[in-house]
Design a protein around this ligand. Structure first.
Ligand SMILES: C[S@@+](CC[C@H](N)C(=O)[O-])C[C@H]1O[C@@H](n2cnc3c(N)ncnc32)[C@H](O)[C@@H]1O
Length: 365
């Protein structure tokens, strides 16, 4: 772990005050409070909305600073293709860390929370979790919201990039850390959270093991992650006829060449159980690519997911398809085709997203 936390003393333009970060977030659908998936059961698979209105649903629209200063060289981000990337452990992670990516992550945060009924987690956690860790925290938005909702907790977020806000709730702080390095936290945690991790780790099973060791007995961990490739309701297209289908196949191949797997989430439940977690629960949610699916829940989730992907496709694809030999120009042209499929309500595709949690036994083996 780098011996540095995100500090208040630097004046880097990438640091965003919490208030500004909130206002910067892509505007949210007005009907979020109406979205509900019932009392505890996850929504079933989406079904096609044959109503002609299907196309019309879219997204319209006590503070202190942490004290330890961060080595300023970590703010000299790597620049490539007009984007910036993390400097600490340069090259470990292939998505950018600039303002556009931060805004996308904050939008994606809304998506993950709306999908589960405006909640930060689905795991039952103790009323007063004392120590909470959010690994690969990104902009820290989950950690900050958790800290606000649980003022009795001390919440720590870790990431390769110092892109978290400068002004924070008093019970929240951030550290620069590679979660695949040895964990050296001073005390165990009551709750560990990780989200959108699929591009982060060479060996997620090893991260689960370290997290298990860093929980106090009775503590809980929850991971929320996407499971690629995307699926289809009805007859799936082929890579020969569908840009979206081809994109899924190529991205899976590209990330695997980069030492990652976008299909790892299917194994998380087993990793949790093998590490020693008990009462491990996995629930799957489905995010349609456009408002093709029936019902307010799916239309809202789709609006966020579509906006998330339209914003992120180019950056994701530039690096990953680049390793397959595509030039930036070829990637950009291809991404435009994929975007058309994301907007096309006759394409009945969806992404599966898994939420997994488990508890460390009171008397671990
Ligand atoms: C897709 S973002 C998700 C951010 C956040 N968890 C969320 O859901 O809003 C992934 C984040 O993980 C960070 N990351 C990637 N690999 C990491 C690693 N090995 N250790 C710590 N952070 C990592 C990246 O810098 C990025 O901020």
């Amino acid at each position: 772990m780098a011996d540095a936390s995100v500090g208040a003393d630097h004046d880097d333009e990438n640091a965003t005050p919490y208030s500004a970060a909130s206002s910067q977030t892509v505007s949210v659908a007005q009907n979020v409070s109406m979205v509900s998936w019932g009392s505890g059961s996850a929504p079933s698979l989406p079904s096609v909305d044959n109503d002609s209105q299907a196309d019309t649903h879219s997204i319209s629209e006590s503070v202190r600073s942490s004290t330890v200063s961060l080595d300023s060289s970590l703010y000299h981000f790597v620049q490539e293709n007009g984007r910036t990337y993390h400097r600490y452990k340069e090259g470990r992670y292939f998505l950018p860390n600039d303002t556009a990516e931060q805004e996308r992550l904050d939008l994606q945060h809304q998506l993950f929370t709306i999908a589960i009924g405006n909640k930060l987690n689905i795991a039952p956690i103790p009323d007063n979790p004392q120590r909470v860790l959010d690994i690969a925290t990104g902009t820290g938005i989950w950690a900050i919201e958790f800290a606000i909702q649980h003022p009795e907790s001390e919440v720590i977020g870790t990431d390769l990039s110092p892109i978290q806000p400068q002004y924070l709730p008093p019970n929240c702080k951030f550290e620069i850390d590679d979660a695949e390095d040895e964990w050296t936290f001073s005390a165990p945690f009551d709750f560990i959270h990780g989200r959108a991790l699929m591009s982060c780790f060479n060996d997620p099973r090893a991260v689960v093991l370290q997290a298990f060791a860093s929980l106090r007995p009775g503590g809980t961990m929850e991971w929320q992650d996407a499971l690629f490739p995307m699926s289809y309701v009805g007859e799936p297209p082929t890579a020969a006829t569908s840009a979206l289908c081809r994109w899924n196949e190529l991205m899976l191949e590209g990330v695997s060449r980069l030492g990652r797997s976008w299909s790892n989430a299917q194994h998380y439940k087993r990793y949790f159980e093998e590490a020693g977690f008990e009462d491990v629960v996995e629930r799957r949610f489905y995010w349609p690519t456009s408002p093709w699916a029936k019902g307010a829940y799916f239309k809202t989730v789709a609006a966020y997911f579509q906006a998330d992907m339209l914003a992120g496709l180019e950056a994701m694809s530039l690096k990953v398809l680049g390793v397959l030999g595509m030039t930036p120009m070829e990637v950009r042209e291809f991404v435009e085709e994929v975007k058309r499929d994301f907007r096309d309500t006759s394409v009945h595709a969806y992404l599966t997203v898994t939420y997994i949690y488990g508890r460390k036994p009171q008397n671990p083996r």
